[in-house]
Design a binder for this molecule. Sequence first.
Ligand code: ZN
Length: 249
Amino acid sequence: MVARTDRVTDPAIIDALLLARRGQAYYSRKLAELGDAEFDEPSLLPGWDRRHVIAHVGLNARAITRLTEWAATGVETPMYESPTQRAEEIDVAATLPPQALRNLSDHAAIHLSVEWRDLPDAAWSNEVRTALGRLVPVSETVWMRTREVWIHAVDLGSGGSFRDFPPGLVDALLDDVARSWDRRRVQEGLPVYAFAPTDRPGREAVPTAPEAIVLTGTAAQLASWATGRNAVGVERAGGGELPEPPRWL
Ligand code: ZN
């Protein structure tokens, strides 16, 4: 029988699913605020018009649905066949009529939500492979999708802002970026950046290494800069030019 509510009982995954679905609702709202003709205009992502963002977010839901089905069935179904196939699929979908793009967005999101809902408890630790080749428990797909929907809602450029994000999401984004830079620090020779959010009293800049470049701003402003978006409000403690953030993903 198909369940009407999530089958998973792990409280952490239940919370994560809630944040992903809130993000989807936020993204869908920002998309609904755009008229059809506005789809042709640039997004806030360099090189992509809104059509590309909308196509990408819809196709991303489908790709994450494939990973969830993989975890459920054990039959390997990758996110994408290759980076080229992924890019071509976005280019093609971006040419769809506006109503078809809206349908792609809605249907793909509902399908993913249903696959997550019906995934039994025991299957949530099954491993799947991300587009970057990392093996992760399928529970990671919830965070992967969460990042996509919240941030691309801002990229649509229809009034969304990191300021709208729940504080827990903003902090999780900062941690995610810091971990990613940390992992690649030695190999890519990345500088040490430390975030000192002005609206998180008591939270010290981490890491506290003497060579760390400390960045200040609200947590939401820092998360926006660190994920390669708008840098408004972010400053380098002690003055000096604000650096370009290293890539995140
Ligand atoms: Zn994306």
